[in-house]
Design a protein around this ligand. Structure first.
Ligand SMILES: [Cu+2]
Length: 230
């Protein structure tokens, strides 16, 4: 009898632990999905710049994609977020790589916390951030320093630049709630959004911000579309 009881208790403990371990990822379980389609009616804006420094890694021409417009007028690199929603299943750690003297990816979303900066170029970079809520970061990353971890604790759109390569430009959207970046077709799927009335925010580095209210239903996809203006 005692053996059976013991086995039952062990099972119960294991079950309890499994539930407990399952908790962190379940912040918005039972939530819905927001599928945002972001369009831009204007022309793409791509600047090109002659490069005469570190050309073996950077190439001889830098392409600065300020406004990237794909098929069906879809606007890429826009951040779609739900600022009022608590909880997010975005990855705990986000990495931006300095590769080919570009920030890759160009736009990322992260939870407040650690940002990992990689240097896969084997040359000196100097990360320099522009922000108001978070302290500015201005740090050299020599070629031997492959990874650097910096803190971005406050919700904000943080601009990344490099003091060695003037054309390098990236953005980090620090968002406590669910968020995603639009793909080449201007579509972003924001998952695990708490149900009920939510305000969706779209932000683009040169085209600014727009918001729309939606009603999120459990297990369903709510579609919302935006048209960004100059
Ligand atoms: Cu650089």
């Amino acid at each position: 009898m005692r053996k059976v009881l013991g086995a039952c208790m062990a099972l119960g403990l294991a079950f309890g632990a499994a539930i407990f371990i399952g908790l962190p990822g379940a912040t918005a379980q039972g939530g819905g999905t927001i599928e945002a389609e972001v369009k831009y009616n204007g022309a793409p804006q791509v600047d090109k710049l002659k490069v005469n420094k570190d050309t073996e890694k950077c190439g001889t021409e830098a392409v600065i994609e300020k406004v990237v417009v794909g098929g069906n007028k879809g606007l890429a690199n826009a951040v779609v977020s739900v600022p009022g929603a608590k909880g997010s299943d975005k990855p705990g750690k986000v990495t931006v790589d300095q590769h080919g003297c570009k920030f890759v990816p160009h736009v990322v979303t992260m939870n407040p916390g650690d940002l990992e900066l990689k240097n896969s170029d084997d040359i000196l970079h100097n990360i320099h951030t522009y922000s108001t809520a978070n302290p500015s970061i201005n740090k050299a990353q020599p070629k031997f320093k492959k990874v650097m971890t910096e803190k971005l604790e406050k919700p904000e759109y943080v601009k990344l630049t490099c003091d060695v390569h003037s054309w390098m430009l990236g953005w980090v959207a620090v968002t406590p709630g669910p968020a995603a970046v639009t793909d080449a077709n201007g579509v972003a799927k924001v998952e695990n959004v708490p149900t009920g009335k939510q305000t969706v925010e779209v932000w683009h580095e040169t085209l600014g911000k727009q918001t729309k209210d939606v009603d999120v239903k459990a297990g369903q996809t709510t579609k919302v579309s935006f048209e960004m203006k100059k």
